[in-house]
Design a protein around this ligand. Structure first.
Ligand code: THU
Length: 148
């Protein structure tokens, strides 16, 4: 598997997402923290995507698994994630960090569902990032248009 595992169902299959996240977490590059992370998401066109964290000797340059996932989404022509599962190397659910919640808001939106683990209801991104600064706020409040 190269991270993109082909078209999937429109309705989230959470076990399938968790499985993909667990598999890719096994290929994380996390020698510094020791925390492997896998993220799997379902795009608006039904494609299942998966990515892992990639750490750097300069700690601040670490790439979270969710950021890799968003890059894959856009590179593949997708526009939004509709469902996301993030797991640690132990296979259990992991909640996205604050920076990733903000990145996900632009690339999934407030209704994107985030896995809370087996037997638990998924959580809307809006509930993980209440009062988010988003694209609507940017366009509403800026005082001039973007540079040409
Ligand atoms: N990490 C992620 O990949 N996603 C998150 O949402 C939380 C943190 C990674 C970054 C770093 O490689 C390791 O977990 C420890 O912070």
């Amino acid at each position: 598997m190269n991270g993109t595992v082909g078209p999937g169902p429109a309705t989230p299959d959470w076990e399938r997402l968790r499985g993909a996240a667990r598999e890719v977490a096994g290929r994380a590059h996390a020698p510094w923290s020791g925390l492997s992370v896998g993220a799997a998401g379902l795009s608006d066109d039904g494609t299942l995507l998966a990515a892992c964290n990639v750490e750097n000797a300069s700690y601040g340059l670490t790439l979270c698994a969710e950021c890799g996932l968003v890059s894959m989404l856009r590179a593949g022509g997708g526009h939004a994630l509709v469902a996301l599962s993030v797991v640690a190397g132990d296979g259990g659910p992991l909640t996205p960090c604050g920076r990733c919640r903000q990145v996900l808001m632009d690339n999934g939106g407030p209704e994107m569902l985030v896995d809370a683990g087996p037997g638990a209801d998924p959580v809307r991104l809006a509930d993980l990032l209440p009062g988010a600064f988003d694209a609507a706020a940017l366009t509403a409040r800026r005082q001039r248009g973007p540079a040409q």
